[in-house]
Structure formats: structure tokens, C-alpha cells
Design a protein around this ligand. Structure first.
Ligand code: PRP
Length: 211
């Protein structure tokens, strides 16, 4: 049996579609209600639904073998696991953004960055040799510059609508990210055959879609 942890929400929808295209029976996942764990009928796969950071925790502790999670979360938490595949969906980018028309680098004052990704933000400014202050925000981080809590945000941008509708704009693109398949290091050895079968099914579907 392989246990797969899927990140709830946008990634879950695409991942479930992908599992269906691989030939798995995902009917239970379509009518899931509030249930969080599912055995895919007729297969040796169990699916668990979790928040992004928790997907990595379950993989790290070996209670889930495989995970589907955004690269944004992988970059933020830097857990010991194998990153096996770019799944080709959940494409977005990390960006530095702030109030429209603002000049982030103007003046000599110490800048404050609001973000859900403090490590990614720290690393980005370290690489530029710029000292900044980080304020950790749990969601809707676009509010921080509007409320004058921060000079800018480091966040993921997909369509750009959230920035636009709140009077913000991208100042700099940082790095593109997408959904990834990650695997627990021990499972990769102990369940090699099962995991390789899953990976080969996934890559066949992804390749046929990219033709
Ligand atoms: C993410 C991100 C932005 C938004 C970007 O938030 O933090 O707010 O999506 O998407 P867009 O460019 O297509 O508008 P999410 O929806 O995950 O919610 P959260 O801020 O509550 O975490």
C-alpha cells in the first residue's frame, strides 16, 4: 500500500484529476464531504488530504510515502525528502509586490516585508545583500502594505488578480514554482516498485498532455 498526501484546495483538484487520468477510481474523492482519508477502490493507494506544510511533515515522518505539494512550500520548509517530479500544474511565481507606483528601493530606511514565506523572503534579500525586517502573516498578505504594516510583500502570484484588485503590483519576479511530487526517503527504497509504477503512470499522462 502507498499512502499519498495531497495538498487540500487548488492542488487537490488538479491532483485528483491526474489520478483519474492514470486510471484510478477517484469517485470517493469527488463526493468527499468532510472526510480526510480515502482508499481508492480497486487499488493499493490511500489518499490523505492535508494542508501544504503538513503534507511535508507527514512525508518527513514517514507516515505518508508520497506527497503532492507546491514548490513554494518545499522551498520554505526545506525538509529532507526526494523531490521526484514537476507535475506541470499549480504554476505560479514568487514575487516582491507592493502598492502600485511605489518605489521599494527608494530611500535608505530599513524595509519591512510581510509574508507567509519568511525563509524564502530572507534568502532572497540575503542573496541581494539587503538587510530587511520580516513580519510573518498567515494569509491575505496583500493587506499588509495597504494597512502600512509593511513596505512590500513576498508572496506567490498566479493570475495577478488579488494584487490588482487590491491596488498592488509586482515589483520583481523572484522564482517560478509549480506542484511537485515528493517522496519519503525510506519509502523510496522500501516501496520502490509501487512508487516507480505510480511515477511512470503519472509521467505517461503528463507527457501525453504536453504533446
Ligand atoms: C494565494 C496568494 C495570493 C493569491 C495569488 O493565496 O497568497 O494571495 O493566492 O493568486 P492570484 O495571483 O491568482 O490572485 P491563497 O488563495 O492561497 O489564500 P491565502 O492568502 O489565504 O493563503
Amino acid at each position: 500500500m502507498i499512502r499519498i498526501a495531497l495538498t487540500k484546495g487548488r492542488i487537490e483538484e488538479k491532483a485528483v484529476e491526474l489520478l483519474e487520468k492514470c486510471g484510478y477510481d477517484i469517485s470517493e474523492l469527488r463526493n468527499k464531504g468532510r472526510k480526510l482519508i480515502f482508499r481508492l477502490t480497486g487499488s493499493d493507494i490511500e489518499v490523505v488530504l492535508a494542508k501544504a506544510a503538513d503534507v511535508l511533515t507527514y512525508i518527513e515522518h514517514g507516515v505518508c510515502d508520497v506527497g503532492v505539494v507546491g514548490e513554494d512550500t518545499i522551498l520554505e520548509y526545506e525538509k529532507p525528502l526526494y523531490e521526484m517530479m514537476d507535475l506541470g500544474f499549480g504554476k505560479c511565481r514568487f514575487a516582491l509586490a507592493g502598492l502600485k507606483g511605489g518605489d521599494f528601493y527608494a530611500g535608505y530606511s530599513h524595509k519591512k516585508i510581510a509574508t507567509k514565506y519568511p525563509n524564502v523572503a530572507k534568502k532572497y534579500f540575503n542573496s541581494k545583500g539587503i538587510d530587511i525586517e520580516i513580519v510573518k502573516i498567515e494569509g491575505s498578505v496583500e493587506l499588509a502594505p495597504i494597512l502600512e504594516l509593511a513596505d512590500a510583500i513576498v508572496d506567490i502570484v498566479e493570475t495577478g488578480s488579488t494584487l490588482k484588485e487590491n491596488g498592488l503590483e509586482v515589483y520583481e519576479d523572484i522564482i517560478p514554482v509549480s506542484a511537485r511530487l515528493v517522496v519519503n526517503t525510506a519509502s523510496m527504497k522500501l516501496k520502490k516498485g509501487e512508487i516507480e509504477t505510480l511515477i511512470s503512470k503519472l509521467s505517461d499522462v503528463i507527457k501525453s498532455e504536453n504533446k
